[in-house]
Design a protein around this ligand. Structure first.
Ligand code: NAD
Ligand code: MG
Length: 403
């Protein structure tokens, strides 16, 4: 029977790029999904529009001020949504017994606690917030297993890999090695971002508007900058290691500027399976929402007659030093990946604020890693402490650059 009961959904980060795409897919499949709760950071105006349109039971903002602003917008409307605030309220709703599915689409480390709450409650967790997995790796995956949560990747590459893997390897819970199950490589594709062919000597002059103008995808600001530095691919490399229980030697990064192939899996017999489509996040969102069924995502099917170029190259690490940094951190372990993720959030925010240059992002990230003295980073407290120290160090280094 096709999804006999309506899924009750929480969307973390509802006002963002992934949140809005999720609501678009849900609106096309109203018989299958109910919006239980929406959460957002500060954007009360957008949240008010979403509450009026989707009528969630709850709406949670990050701060009290934003919640008051939202209540004011909803006053004198017929909207019955209950307004709340705080990370704790988000976490509580993720664990609510009536909830089936949580879309984790907050940007950055701010998504960690509510996402872990959904995992600990054994929910179906749709993971867009890669930073939470990069930050907490083993702990996150252990909790998924322990609480029998269902973890489905939303990142287009990981969703593609998931679709191309045999079912026994689709999630880390299997504990099976790729090599023992016929898989020889995961081919993680990336477009190379807006500066694939720009003169490398002019990267220091890159402006914010140039950095956030991605050629193929329309996304939030932070991930757009990460795509331009390819730190995004580095975070995805770490994400893939945890999602699919593989070694760094199992993953190759392939530059594919057209973003039509979203990633591939290579088998021992020479077969390579690829997942393809127009670059539109509604495809992986719809895949995960309906899994193992298929629903309409509103995505225009790919027309092969329209494809002029279909090309592939190796990444140039001189152009993308952040990619190398993240891959090395992945080999070094949890302290390094938590640190590089935290430093990068601070550095990217400083770049977006006009405080540092584009190529300074790498310098801050590399120096923060160099200066870190982490030992054991395993428990949640150790992870949060490591994250905090890296943020403080990166902020100090930024002050040095700017003064
Ligand atoms: P976005 O900036 O468009 O949206 C972020 C959302 O998080 C907003 O709703 C915002 O209000 C909320 N938020 C921000 N800070 C918060 C805080 N402190 N507390 C609570 N909520 C907060 O970002 P996005 O592009 O939608 O990306 C969201 C996540 O999905 C990121 O982790 C990103 O890496 C991942 N992702 C995005 C895409 C994409 O196409 N946009 C693709 C793959 C993965
Ligand atoms: Mg991606």
């Amino acid at each position: 029977e096709f999804m006999s009961q309506k899924q009750q959904l929480v969307i973390l980060g509802a006002t963002g790029s992934i949140g809005l795409s999720t609501l678009d897919v849900i609106a096309r499949n109203k018989a299958l999904f109910d919006v239980f709760a929406l959460t957002a950071g500060q954007n009360a105006k957008k949240m008010a529009e979403l509450c009026i349109e989707h009528e969630p039971l709850y709406a949670v903002m990050a701060t009290q001020a934003a919640a008051e602003e939202l209540s004011a917008y909803l006053n004198n409307t017929s909207c019955q949504t209950l307004v709340m605030h705080s990370v704790q309220a988000m976490s509580d709703l993720c664990a609510h017994p009536d909830v089936d599915t949580v879309m984790s689409a907050i940007v950055g480390a701010a998504g960690l606690l509510p996402t872990l709450s959904a995992v600990e409650a054994g929910k179906k967790v749709l993971l867009a917030n890669k930073e939470s997995l990069v930050m907490s790796g083993q702990l996150f995956i252990d909790k998924v297993k322990q609480h029998k949560a269902t973890l489905l990747p939303i990142d287009s590459e990981h969703n593609a890999i998931f679709q191309c893997l045999p079912p026994s390897l689709q999630n880390a819970q299997s504990d099976k090695s790729l090599q023992d199950n016929g898989v020889s490589k995961i081919l993680l594709t990336g477009s190379g971002g807006p500066f694939l062919t720009r003169d490398i000597n002019t990267l220091k002059d890159v402006t914010v508007s140039e950095a956030v103008a991605h050629p193929n995808w329309s996304m939030g600001q932070k991930i757009s900058v990460d795509s331009a530095t390819m730190m995004n691919k580095g975070l995805e490399f770490i994400e893939a290691k945890w999602l699919f229980n593989c070694d760094t030697s199992d993953i190759d990064v392939v530059i594919h500027p057209q973003s039509i192939i979203h990633s591939m899996v290579q088998y021992h017999d020479g077969s390579i399976l690829a997942q393809m489509g127009n670059p539109d996040m509604r495809t992986p969102i719809a895949h995960a929402l309906a899994y193992p069924e298929r629903i309409n995502a509103g995505v225009k099917p790919l027309n092969f007659a329209d494809i002029c170029d279909f090309s592939f190259t190796k990444p140039d690490f001189a152009r993308y030093p952040n990619l190398q940094l993240a891959i090395d951190a992945c080999s070094a372990g949890q302290g390094a990946t938590t640190t590089v993720n935290a430093a990068n959030e601070i550095a990217v925010a400083a770049f977006l604020n006009g405080e540092i240059g584009f190529t300074d992002i790498y310098k801050i990230n590399a120096q923060t890693l160099d200066d870190a003295t982490f030992t054991n980073v395993q428990s949640l407290d150790e992870i949060l402490e490591c994250d905090k120290l890296a943020r403080e160090r990166a902020a100090q280094l930024i002050t040095k650059v700017t003064h």
